[in-house]
Design a protein around this ligand. Structure first.
Ligand code: CA
Length: 484
């Protein structure tokens, strides 16, 4: 029987020490993660990037170098060697944790050689507008991987495999250079007119040789690593249909249902919905709009209408395709999309993703273990408690009490398969108070206590299932049955 309360973890944060130790550390944490009830783990990009063993992973140099070849100044990646990566995946799978590999296809960086190319400069803020005549530039676009010496693949990249670059070496000029005869893909995000180009060498996913190479690579990667699915980077910069075909080929090849979640970084739920439709619901997406609602509530000084916390979110319109999350490696302090949900609101935010029926929640390494370089403390105790609550209490019919702008609550009535199940959640970003809620039949005529320990007095639920539940100022309480 499948577990309705599956949970994911993102097992890295941006500022991890560059000590090549994450794969070994992850393997050692496998049992703990399994005990927490983690079903999916998203690991960072495992291939060599432009920054060698200091590279977080998104500046991809060589997809075939999983910490095996002396390239970019090191053999290992930031996270370890190929062998350590494979052993880490084995250890996780022994605990029945499914492993998602981070797939970065939009761009490549750190070319081995430059070449002369005819290019047109497009307006960086409106890429539909050419601002130069075709002219020769010197582009870093030749990837020959001399350090790998044709192992696994003899494919060599050159300018024909890309749409464009952001650097002309001959003029020492930064702009958006589109190669003559190339067009940005149409089915991408419309920000900046056309957001196909993000950074580095923008991979041309219409080039048949590129498609073939990336499909071959995907097969090699599945065989080599035995991962169970993917987290796909930067998909709003990639035509939607590419991954539909790529995943279909790989599913047929591996005979596996490859769970896939895409990063479409937009707070516009309609953009996310239309991407899902274009991919025929072959993938899930991170609920970026919900992240921004959580961020805004946490920075509202108590002036957030809590009835709207799920307004315009993916989990409210496509719950079966939404991967909900609170923060990630890009929202951390100091990062490009910095929008860190304040610490005081983390109990609210994680209750909102972990204790409800809808969505597949993804907890963040930086919350579980802390971010020492940014003085952000670990929230192990909180997350361990909420994950326990998710796994033991958060079952059955869900009834919302989202009527008051300051205090919201919901009931999970529990079910017969989970002995202690059933719960009441109540929270506020403002002044504390109470809500009367009906807990249904299973919890009728019982005594409930605040599992998070924020309220000391128990709540008595009458024979009709009615109880009055309390919450302190700016707090969350999770009411469950007393285990006598
Ligand atoms: Ca692109």
């Amino acid at each position: 029987m499948s577990n309705p309360n599956e949970t994911m973890i993102q097992f890295f944060e941006w500022y991890l020490p560059a000590d090549c130790s994450l794969w070994n550390k992850t393997a050692m944490e496998a049992e703990y993660l399994s005990d927490l009830g983690i079903n999916y783990i998203w690991l960072p990009p495992a291939y060599k990037g432009i920054g060698g063993n200091a590279e977080v992973g998104y500046g991809v140099y060589d997809l075939y170098d999983l910490g095996e070849f002396d390239q970019k100044g090191s053999v290992k990646t930031k996270y370890g060697s190929k062998e350590e990566y494979i052993n880490c995946i084995k250890a996780l799978k022994q605990y029945r944790i499914k492993v998602l590999a981070d797939i970065v296809f939009n761009q490549k960086m750190g070319a081995d050689e430059s070449e002369k190319v005819i290019a047109i400069e497009d307006n960086p803020i409106n890429r539909n507008q050419a601002i130069s005549e075709p002219h020769e530039i010197t582009a870093w676009t030749k990837f020959t991987f001399p350090g790998r010496n044709n192992t696994y693949s003899d494919f060599k990249w050159n300018w024909t495999h890309f749409h464009g670059v952001d650097w002309d070496e001959s003029q020492k000029k930064s702009s958006v250079f589109r190669f003559y005869g190339k067009h940005w893909d149409e089915s991408v995000d419309k920000e900046k007119g056309n957001f196909d180009y993000l950074m580095g060498c923008d991979v041309d996913l219409n080039n048949v040789d590129v498609v073939e190479e990336l499909t071959n690579w995907g097969k090699w990667y599945l065989q080599t690593t035995n991962v169970d699915g993917f987290r796909i980077d930067a998909i709003k910069h990639i035509r939607a249909s590419f991954f539909v075909d790529w995943l279909k080929d790989l599913s047929e090849f591996s005979q596996k249902n490859l769970f896939t979640v895409g990063e479409y970084w937009s707070s516009n739920v309609y953009s996310l919905k239309s991407y899902l439709e274009e991919t025929n619901n072959a993938i899930s997406l991170f609920d970026v709009p919900l992240h921004y609602n959580l961020f805004n509530a946490s920075h509202s000084n108590g002036h957030f209408d809590m009835r709207t916390i799920f307004s315009n979110t993916l989990v409210s319109v496509a719950p079966e395709r939404a991967v909900t999350f609170v923060d990630n490696h890009d929202t951390e302090p100091g990062q490009s999309l910095e929008s860190w949900v304040s610490d005081w609101f983390k109990p609210h935010a994680y209750s909102l993703i972990l204790l409800r029926k809808e969505g597949l929640p993804c907890i963040f390494y930086g919350d579980l273990y802390g971010i020492p370089t940014k003085q952000i403390s670990a929230k192990k105790e909180l997350l361990e408690k909420l994950l326990y609550a998710r796994n033991h209490f958060a079952y059955g019919t869900q009834t919302d009490y989202f009527n008051d702008p300051n205090i919201i609550g919901w009931v999970r009535e529990g079910d017969s398969e989970h002995y202690m199940s059933g719960m009441v959640v109540i929270m506020t970003v403002s002044t504390g108070g109470c809500l009367q809620m009906n807990v249904g039949k299973r919890l009728a005529n019982s005594v409930l206590y605040d599992y998070l320990g924020n309220m000391q007095e128990p709540v008595y639920v009458d024979q009709d299932g009615n109880g009055i539940f309390y919450v302190k100022d700016g707090s969350v309480s999770v009411w469950v049955k007393k285990d006598l």
